[in-house]
Design a protein around this ligand. Structure first.
Ligand code: NAD
Ligand code: FES
Length: 271
């Protein structure tokens, strides 16, 4: 059992949990994820790691469907039945001088350890962070610890520039150049960020989160097409070079699964 040591609501949809998970905390690197089960009957929920501290692991999740809402009902002192990891491949940290991180909504959580790693290696790091509205901007305090500049945008204009991250990036590129970018957020965001960056000749790493079941390369459910070849996001990713990702295929598959429906479908698959 894995004890919840701290819990914070980042906004009405998103919670942060600090979980006592010594094995994961000791072995995880930026880009790794975990799979948890709330209880013995629970479905498997893959979640990227936002922070590590000693024996503790911070995860951030959006309460979208049955299982994540159930996770949201746990309180400090409660136990999580399974907490398996680290899973996946660690992020490929590039040999560059400057990096722009691009975070969309909850994507700010998985982006955090990767950008921090760049900053710790002495690489100049800026951030563009976009969300639906001011209250959906998460983890800004954490990014302020190491980012040189942070550019905020919101869909409704309640904070920063009114518009998508791509609008903010276009503004930024009028005056600044970066060697590399890392973009994590909704698929549609990553697709358009990669498209824009290609126009400016800037590379983009992305993190993919297709539906996962076992998380160990056995079920094939998380398959993605990268440079016309099939990979499994759970063992070959979740990070990939954005230019090589077939986003349209992933978007089409994502539309099969919607919130509660998809979690129910997964339960059926598991039984
Ligand atoms: P959201 O839908 O509120 O979008 C967040 C931001 O992304 C927007 O504010 C905007 O700036 C940008 N964006 C959205 N559509 C865009 C477009 N067409 N062009 C350019 N920019 C666009 O995000 P959310 O509700 O917080 O995120 C939920 C989604 O993110 C879920 O689908 C979830 O699965 C996914 N997610 C992905 C990862 C990952 O590792 N890739 C991690 C967490 C969440
Ligand atoms: Fe089953 Fe990746 S989740 S192969």
């Amino acid at each position: 059992m894995y004890k919840i040591l701290d819990k914070k609501a980042l906004n009405k949809d998103v919670d942060l949990l600090v979980v006592h998970g010594p094995f994961v905390a000791k072995n995880a690197r930026p880009g790794h994820f975990i799979i948890l089960r709330v209880d013995d009957e629970g479905e498997r929920i893959p979640l990227t790691i936002a922070e590590l501290d000693g024996e503790n692991v911070t995860i951030v999740y959006q309460k979208l469907g049955y299982s994540t809402r159930k996770l949201g009902e746990l309180e400090i002192g409660d136990d999580i039945a399974d907490f398996v990891g680290p899973l996946g491949k660690e992020s490929h940290i590039r040999e560059v001088k400057s990096v722009l991180g691009i975070a969309g909504g909850v994507g700010a959580a998985p982006l955090l350890p990767q950008l921090r790693e760049y900053a710790e290696r002495g690489i100049s790091v800026d951030l563009v962070i976009g969300a639906r509205s001011k209250e959906h901007l998460i983890l800004l305090d954490k990014y302020l610890e190491f980012c040189d500049k942070i550019y905020i945008c919101t869909d409704d204009g309640s904070a920063g520039l009114k518009g998508f991250v791509t609008d903010q990036i276009k503004e930024l590129y009028k005056t600044k150049k970066y060697d590399h970018t890392v973009a994590i957020g909704p698929l549609i965001m990553m697709k358009f960020v990669v498209k824009l960056n290609k126009e400016y000749g800037v590379s983009t790493d992305v993190s993919l989160n297709p539906i996962m079941i076992d998380g160990t390369g056995m079920c094939g459910n998380c398959r993605v097409t990268i440079a016309d070849k099939t990979f499994f996001a759970c063992i070959d990713g979740p990070d990939f070079p954005g230019e090589e990702v077939d986003f349209d295929e992933l978007l089409a598959r994502q539309s099969y699964y919607k919130n509660e429906e998809h979690e129910c479908n997964l339960k059926l698959v598991q039984k």
